[in-house]
Design a protein around this ligand. Structure first.
Ligand SMILES: Cc1cc2nc3c(=O)[nH]c(=O)nc-3n(C[C@H](O)[C@H](O)[C@H](O)COP(=O)(O)OP(=O)(O)OC[C@H]3O[C@@H](n4cnc5c(N)ncnc54)[C@H](O)[C@@H]3O)c2cc1C
Ligand SMILES: Cc1cc2nc3c(=O)[nH]c(=O)nc-3n(C[C@H](O)[C@H](O)[C@H](O)COP(=O)(O)O)c2cc1C
Ligand code: SF4
Length: 653
C-alpha cells in the first residue's frame, strides 16, 4: 500500500465508493449462455477478479435490442429475462467487496456476425459503409432514434433492477453513439446532424433518458475514444469537446477514455493493443480529458503493471486505470499489489492470443499464461494432492514449466529436467522476433512460479531411460517440445537453405536476397521477413495461405501487413514450396497450380512448421510408470496449448 498510495486509494464515482483505482473495463468474454444470459461460468470468472481485489468491475457490452446483437455471443439487457443473471452477478461481485457496473450497447453498423449466419439490417446515423466489415447500414429514422434511446434507458433500468450499481453507455470505438458524433459518418440534415452540438444530441438524449429512468442513486457513465487513431475517424479535439459538453451538462458520473475504433483496421488495433504498443501509451488521452472535466476519468490501454498505473494516477493523467488484460492474466494482481508482493504478479504480455484471440473465434476467453482463466470452476482453487508423489518433468518449455509449478503447488515433489542451459524452450526464440521481446515474459513469469512452488530444476540434463530409472519417480510428464520440420526440398543440395531457428539463433550466414518460405502463416514467417528486411536484405515472403499470417488474430496480422509494406517485403500468397537451386526458389500457386519463380536469390529460409520430439515415450516403453505427454511433443501447436495441457495434467496427478 505504501508503494501504491494513489492506486490503492478509494475513488468516489457518483454515489458509489470504489475501494481502489484498479478497473476491469467491459470486455466481451464469450461466456454468455442461452442466447445472451449471464450464467455460472461468467459469474465465476468475474467473481475471481473481485476476489482478487479489483476495485471496479464493468460487465461486458449488453445488447439493448435485437439489432444490437453484433456477435452471437453477446449478453443482452433487452428484456427482463436478463435480470436474474445480473442479480446473481451483483451478489457475487459485490459480495467480494468490488463495485459492479455494466455496459449497455448498440454497435450501429459495426456488425461482426450473427447467430444464424445471415446478415441483418444494421443501423447508423447515415448510410455510410464501415470500412472494416464492409457493412452498409440504413440511416435511422427519427422514430428509430427515439425507440433506440428508450431501449438504452430500459436496458439501464434492468441493470439497476438486477442490483448492478451503474450503467456505462458505450460511445467509444466507433459504436452507434460515436457514429452520430462523427462528421464523416453522420450526414444528417435534421437535429441529429450537422453542428457538433447536433451530432452529440443522440448521446445526450440517451444519457438524459437513462437518468430519468434510473434516478439519482445509480451511476451513469460513458465510454469514449480519446482518439480513433485511424486518420478518418474522430479526432482528439472532437472527443474532448464531447466529454466537456457531457460533463458541463451534468450528464455523466464518470468518463472512461480509450483509444481506437472498430470501423477501421488501424483503429481496431488500438481496441486491444498488442505488445507492439508501449505500456501505458494511452495515458495522454486520459490527461486531455481529465484536465477539462470535473468527473472521475478512467484511462485504459496496455496498463499491465501496478507501477505504471500508480504513475498515471499520481501524475494526474487519470483517476483510475483500466487494467483489463492484467486481470485476465492475473486476477490476484490487486491483492498482490496491496500485500507488497508486486514481484509475484504475472504480467500480461499483450500477445492477444487467448483473450481477444478467442473472442474473435467465438470461444470463451482465457489467457495463454493462466489457462485457469475462463475455467475457474475446474481449477480455482487448486485442490491439494491426496498424497505427495515424486514427479519428473522432462523439458523446461512453457508446458513443462506450467506442469511443474502446478504439481509442486499441489504438494508433489517435482524435479524438472531441461536439456538446454536455460528454461523457456521455444519461447526463447519467439522473443527474438522483431517487436516480440515481451513474449519472453512468459518465461520470466513461469520461472518465478516454479521457484515459489519449490520445484527442483536441473538444467543441461537430457532425460533418458537411465535417468528415469535412477530417479524412480511415481510419474513422468514428457514435455520435450518440437524442432523445425526439415522436409526434403528438391535441389536443396545446390541452394543455400537455412531454417528459421538457425537464423534467429544467429547460426546462419544469410545472403542479401532472401526468400522466406512460410508454411504455418503465424508469427515466424512474417517475423523473419521483418528481421531480415531490417538487416538490409531484399526479402520475398512466400506463404502457403490466402493472406499473410492468416493464423494470427486480426490485429497482429494487420500489424504484420503494415510492417511488410513499410519494409518493402515482396509477398507471394498461396505459395507452396517446390524446389531450389543455386540462385532460384521454385514455388507453385497452391490453387492455380502454376509456377511462381523467384530468381536472384542467395538464401532460402524455411519456416515450414515443427516436428514433435517424442522419442522419450518409446524409450520409456515397458517401464510400468505413469506417463503423460503435453504440448508440442504431442503435436506442434502454440504455447497456449502447452501451458493448458501442463495445467490439466498437473491438476490430475
Ligand atoms: C520463433 C518462434 C515463435 C513463436 N511464437 C509464438 C507465439 O508468439 N505464441 C505462441 O503461443 N507460440 C509461439 N511459438 C510456439 C511455442 O513457442 C511453442 O508451441 C511452445 O513453446 C511449446 O511448448 P512446449 O513446452 O511443448 O515445448 P518447447 O517450448 O519446445 O520446450 C521443450 C523443451 O524440452 C527440452 N527437451 C527436449 N528433449 C528433452 C529431454 N529429453 N530432456 C530434457 N529436456 C528436453 C528442450 O530443450 C526444450 O527446452 C513460437 C515458436 C517459435 C519457434
Ligand atoms: C476479450 C476482450 C473483449 C473486449 N470487449 C469489450 C467490450 O465488450 N466493451 C468494451 O468497451 N471494450 C471491450 N474490450 C476492450 C477492453 O475493455 C480494454 O479497453 C482493452 O482490453 C484494453 O485494455 P487492457 O490493455 O487493459 O487490456 C475488450 C477487450 C478484450 C481483451
Ligand atoms: S492471452 Fe496474452 S494478451 Fe491475453 S491476457 Fe493473457 S498474456 Fe495478456
Amino acid at each position: 500500500m505504501a508503494q501504491f498510495p494513489h492506486l490503492m486509494a478509494p475513488l468516489q464515482i457518483g454515489p458509489v465508493t470504489v475501494r481502489n483505482r484498479i478497473v476491469s473495463t467491459g470486455h466481451d468474454t464469450g461466456m454468455s449462455e442461452h442466447g445472451g444470459l449471464i450464467g455460472d461460468q461468467l459469474i465465476a470468472y468475474q467473481q475471481a477478479r473481485a476476489k482478487g481485489g479489483a476495485g471496479l468491475i464493468v460487465l461486458q457490452v449488453a445488447a439493448i435490442s435485437d439489432s444490437a446483437f453484433y456477435t452471437s455471443h453477446i449478453i443482452q439487457a433487452m428484456n427482463d429475462e436478463c435480470i436474474p443473471g445480473y442479480q446473481r452477478m451483483a451478489d457475487a461481485v459485490l459480495g467480494e467487496g468490488a463495485s459492479c457496473f455494466g455496459q449497455i450497447f448498440h454497435p450501429g453498423r459495426e456488425m461482426l456476425g450473427s447467430a444464424d449466419g445471415t446478415l441483418g439490417v444494421s443501423w447508423s446515423a447515415s448510410s455510410v459503409a464501415n470500412e472494416r466489415y464492409h457493412v452498409k447500414p440504413r440511416a435511422m429514422t427519427t422514430d428509430v432514434i427515439r425507440q433506440t434511446i428508450q431501449d438504452y434507458a430500459a436496458a439501464a433500468e434492468r441493470l439497476k433492477r438486477g442490483g448492478i450499481q451503474g450503467a456505462e453507455i458505450v460511445a467509444s470505438h466507433g459504436y452507434l453513439p460515436a457514429q452520430f458524433l462523427s462528421a464523416q459518418i453522420n450526414h444528417r440534415e435534421d437535429d441529429y446532424g450537422g453542428s457538433p452540438e447536433n451530432r452529440l444530441r443522440f448521446l445526450r438524449e440517451i444519457l438524459e433518458a437513462v437518468r430519468d429512468r434510473v434516478g439519482p442513486d445509480f451511476v451513469v457513465g460513458a465510454r469514449i475514444s480519446g482518439d480513433d487513431k485511424d486518420g478518418i475517424g474522430l479526432e482528439p479535439d472532437e472527443c474532448h469537446a464531447a466529454c466537456v459538453a457531457l460533463d458541463q451538462a451534468g450528464l455523466v458520473d464518470y468518463l472512461s477514455v480509450v483509444a481506437g475504433s472498430s470501423a477501421t483496421r488501424s483503429g481496431s488495433f488500438h481496441i486491444v493493443p498488442p505488445m507492439y504498443q508501449e505500456a501505458g501509451y494511452t495515458a495522454p488521452l486520459g490527461r486531455a480529458v481529465k484536465d477539462n472535466v470535473s468527473v472521475p476519468v478512467i484511462v485504459t490501454g496496455r496498463i499491465n503493471q501496478p507501477q505504471i498505473a500508480e504513475q498515471i494516477i499520481a501524475g494526474g493523467d487519470a483517476d483510475a486505470c483500466g487494467m483489463t488484460r492484467s486481470l485476465i492474466c492475473d486476477p490476484m494482481m490487486p491483492a498482490k499489489t496491496l500485500a507488497g508482493d508486486s514481484d509475484d504478479i504475472r504480467a500480461c504480455i499483450a500477445c492477444n492470443q487467448a483473450c481477444i484471440g478467442h473472442f474473435f473465434m467465438g470461444a470463451a476467453i482465457s489467457c495463454i499464461q493462466h489457462p485457469e482463466t475462463g475455467r475457474e470452476r475446474d481449477y480455482e482453487p487448486q485442490e491439494a494432492a491426496r498424497a505427495s508423489r515424486k514427479v519428473l518433468i522432462a523439458g523446461g518449455g512453457p508446458g513443462g514449466m506450467k506442469a511443474a509449478a502446478v504439481a509442486a503447488e499441489r504438494g508433489h515433489e517435482v524435479i524438472l529436467f531441461e536439456a538446454g542451459p536455460q528454461l523457456g524452450g521455444q519461447a526463447l526464440l519467439a522473443q527474438l522476433l522483431p517487436g516480440r521481446a515481451e513474449f519472453g515474459g512468459i518465461v520470466t513469469n513461469l520461472s518465478h512460479e516454479l521457484e515459489r512452488a519449490g520445484v527442483t530444476v536441473r538444467l543441461n540434463t537430457r532425460v533418458d531411460r537411465a535417468l528415469v530409472e535412477s530417479e524412480a519417480p511415481d510419474a513422468v510428464v514428457i514435455a520435450t517440445g518440437a524442432v523445425p520440420s526439415e522436409p526434403e526440398i528438391e535441389g536443396a543440395g545446390e541452394g543455400h537453405v537455412v531454417n528459421a531457428w538457425q537464423v534467429l539463433r544467429g547460426e546462419a550466414n544469410v545472403g542479401q536476397s532472401v526468400v522466406v518460405a512460410d508454411f504455418r502463416c503465424d508469427w515466424i514467417g512474417v517475423g523473419l521477413a521483418e528481421k531480415l528486411a531490417l538487416d538490409g536484405c531484399r526479402v520475398q515472403l512466400a506463404f502457403n495461405g490466402s493472406q499473410l499470417a492468416e493464423n494470427l488474430m486480426q490485429y497482429l496480422r494487420d500489424h504484420a501487413a503494415a510492417r511488410m509494406f513499410d519494409l518493402g517485403v515482396e509477398l507471394h500468397s498461396y505459395a507452396r514450396l517446390y524446389g531450389v537451386d543455386s540462385d532460384t526458389v521454385y514455388l507453385e500457386h497452391a490453387m492455380a497450380r502454376k509456377p511462381i519463380v523467384c530468381e536472384g536469390v542467395d538464401t532460402l529460409v524455411t519456416a515450414l512448421g515443427h516436428e514433435s520430439v517424442d522419442n522419450l515415450e518409446g524409450e520409456l516403453d515397458g517401464m510400468n510408470i505413469e506417463l503423460h505427454m503435453i504440448g508440442d511433443c504431442l503435436a506442434p501447436r502454440t504455447a497456449e496449448e502447452a501451458v493448458l495441457e501442463g495445467l490439466k495434467v498437473a491438476s490430475a496427478l
